[in-house]
Design a binder for this molecule. Structure first.
Ligand code: GDP
Ligand code: MG
Length: 294
């Protein structure tokens, strides 16, 4: 057997560029990316298939200290990513302090899997500062190999990929070779809508929202999609809808355009807003939305 396969898990604090890197390595736009922390809530697999290898990347929510049940589940996704990895990519950037999250870093140090440290966003620093940062990380994780990078501009991502392939164990493929991800199409549709909400609304609104695709119907000419935006309080409903429905209409249009690109089909998108009081703390709602709980 000359086939290699394995799980490459990308972990790190919120906003360092994990989703940007995953999308670049996978070559598809699977994870939504915004400048807001906690954009990624689930663990999302992106699969790269070639004749002689299969790499299963997993993009994780940033590590964080949970304030509500939703975040507990997000943290669980990140911790589980340390357990089943063949290669761990620990991502940091040129801004954050190396000791920002010591607990998680300790867990990274204890894993048996090889760790690659990516120092991202080097487009935002000087060579001298970068040298210092590389030295610091060499001390923090002496066993790890370090990759200064700009995931956004695609700088040094190739070298990371080469190293990952070297580290992959010999193994049969885990997934069929035509699979790109483990998540259903509906998931990506709801994520695209959530991305628009993250981009368009301020303050706590994006964090109070979950999107559920209630209907996904493929017709000859187009795909009909009906989605519900769940908010946790009555007052948020008005904000989402906006004056005479203008805000909802705007995100609906933007989301539809991206969904059409993603599905390569004409789409008819209907959006509704529902109040689902305090869903972020309700077990049933969270299960319904695909979060795992203790
Ligand atoms: P995640 O929370 O770790 O998944 O981070 P994202 O991938 O969502 O990225 C967070 C923000 O950092 C977004 O605004 C990205 O465009 C930005 N970003 C990602 N990579 C780079 C990079 O190499 N350079 C710069 N300047 N910004 C980046
Ligand atoms: Mg992310």
């Amino acid at each position: 057997m000359n086939h290699k396969a394995g799980y490459v898990n990308i972990v790190g604090n919120p906003n360092v560029g994990k989703s940007t890197l995953t999308n670049r390595l996978v070559g598809e736009r699977l994870s939504i990316i915004t400048s807001k922390a906690q954009t990624t809530r689930h663990r999302i697999l992106g699969i790269v298939n070639e004749d002689n290898y299969q790499i299963i990347f997993s993009d994780t929510p940033g590590v964080l200290k949970p304030n509500y049940k939703l975040q507990e589940s997000m943290l669980k996704f990140s911790r589980s990513a340390l357990q089943d990895a063949d290669v761990i990519v620990y991502m940091t950037d040129v801004v954050e302090k190396f000791d920002k999250n010591n607990d998680f870093l300790d867990a990274v140090k204890k894993t048996e899997s090889p760790v690659l440290v990516v120092i991202n966003k080097i487009d935002q620093t000087s060579p001298e500062q970068l040298d210092d940062l590389v030295d610091t990380w060499k001390q923090v994780l002496p066993e790890a190999q370090i990759f200064p990078m700009s995931a956004l501009h695609g700088f040094n991502t190739d070298n990371l990929m080469v190293r990952i392939k070297e580290l992959l164990p010999e193994c049969e493929p885990y997934f069929s070779k035509d699979e790109l991800t483990d998540k259903p199409t509906r998931f990506f549709v709801s994520e695209i809508i959530r991305e628009k909400i993250l981009l368009y609304y301020q303050k706590e609104i994006p964090y109070s929202v979950e999107v559920e695709v209630e209907e996904f119907k493929e017709l000859k000419q187009q795909i009909n999609i009906r989605a519900v935006i769940h908010v946790s309080r009555e007052s948020q409903k008005g904000i989402i809808i906006g004056h005479k429905g203008a805000a909802l209409k705007k995100i609906g249009t933007e989301a539809r355009k991206d969904i059409e690109k993603f599905l390569d089909s004409k789409v008819y998108l209907q959006l509704f807003v529902k109040v689902n009081k305090d869903w972020r703390n309700k077990k049933n709602s969270l299960r319904n939305f695909g979060y795992e709980l203790k």
